[in-house]
Design a protein around this ligand. Structure first.
Ligand code: R5P
Length: 297
């Protein structure tokens, strides 16, 4: 039986090599040409074995979704019978309801699009708020959501052994609790009200004692950085000795990092689900282990 192939794109070479080594896959790059008018042309390494894994972390997702359509359909034509998507960051999961009439529920539509292309989809800390499982959002045979919380918790405990872990909003409670429990750290969760893309209000938990403490804010995503900056400012005002940040997905749009630094944050740590200068924790091993556990066939 031939070794399953790990298809990847040029920008994800380092993660692909680590994942392929850990999962026993043969890494092969998809070549891409961009025409002067913006269209893209892909070329797969052929022939392909029956089992193919495609790596594509879906930050800056719009063009990558088209790449998945082209590469996924072509991989089937070239012999792939079982196709897995490893998307360390899964985009379009936040719009999970029609908040205003006519609003497109992109989670459902993008999820169905991926489920039609792939037999299995693996990701890390997808933003599932109003649905309980990844399978509801991405209805394919194996929809697997892994968490970076244990690895981030271990990293934080190594750097700040007595840290108080704080989640900036109710949705972060799941990750903060898990990261804290694995290391025996104290934790708490704030309340957040979002007024717009760049406007959030945060309330610290009533009676939370932070004076003199090394606080680490932990969240799934940092996008504009408003959530972390606002929470960090309040924690420092309340007397925290330091505030550092640990996130799974380092989107850091625009001047997000500068905003977070201006708020007084010290260290910023992230996983390599999205390549960024703050990457400190690798999830390649965790994803490789999950790939090994997928049923054959
Ligand atoms: C949303 O609830 C997420 O967990 C993050 O807190 C949010 O996406 C962060 O967004 P931003 O950095 O734009 O405040």
């Amino acid at each position: 039986m031939s070794v399953p192939t790990l298809l990847h794109f040029e920008e994800e070479q380092a993660f692909a090599d680590a994942l392929a080594r850990a999962a026993g896959l043969q890494p092969m790059r998809v070549a891409r040409h961009r025409f002067p008018d913006g269209e893209i042309s892909l070329r797969l390494p052929t022939p392909l074995p029956a089992r193919v894994v495609l790596l594509r972390s879906l930050y800056q997702p719009n063009e990558k979704l088209l790449e998945l359509l082209l590469a996924g359909r072509a991989a089937r034509l070239h012999g792939a019978r079982h196709l897995t998507l490893v998307a360390p960051y899964l985009a379009y999961m936040r719009q999970d309801a029609e908040f205003h009439p006519g609003e497109v529920v992109s989670q459902r539509i993008v999820g169905r699009f991926l489920a039609d292309l792939f037999d299995a989809v693996l990701t890390v800390d997808p933003h599932l708020h109003r649905v309980a499982t990844l399978g509801e959002a991405v209805p394919c045979s194996h929809a697997i959501a892994l968490s970076a919380a244990p690895a981030l918790g271990a990293w934080v405990a190594g750097k700040r052994p007595h840290a108080l872990l704080v989640g900036p909003d109710e949705e972060s409670a799941q990750w903060v609790a898990r990261a804290a429990a694995g290391q025996g750290l104290a934790h708490a969760v704030c309340r957040k009200t979002r007024h717009g893309d760049h406007a959030v209000d945060i309330e610290l938990p009533a009676g939370l004692a932070v004076a003199g403490k090394a606080v680490v804010l932990l969240d799934d995503v940092a996008s504009t950085g408003q959530t972390l900056a606002r929470a960090a400012g309040l924690l420092l005002q309340a007397g925290a000795a330091s505030v550092d940040v640990a996130v799974t997905h380092a989107l850091f749009a625009g001047d997000a990092l500068a905003l977070i630094r201006q708020a007084g944050v010290g260290e910023v740590w992230s996983t390599d689900c999205i390549p960024h200068a703050s990457n400190a924790v690798s999830l390649a091993g965790t994803l490789a282990e999950a790939l090994r556990q997928l049923p054959a066939g």
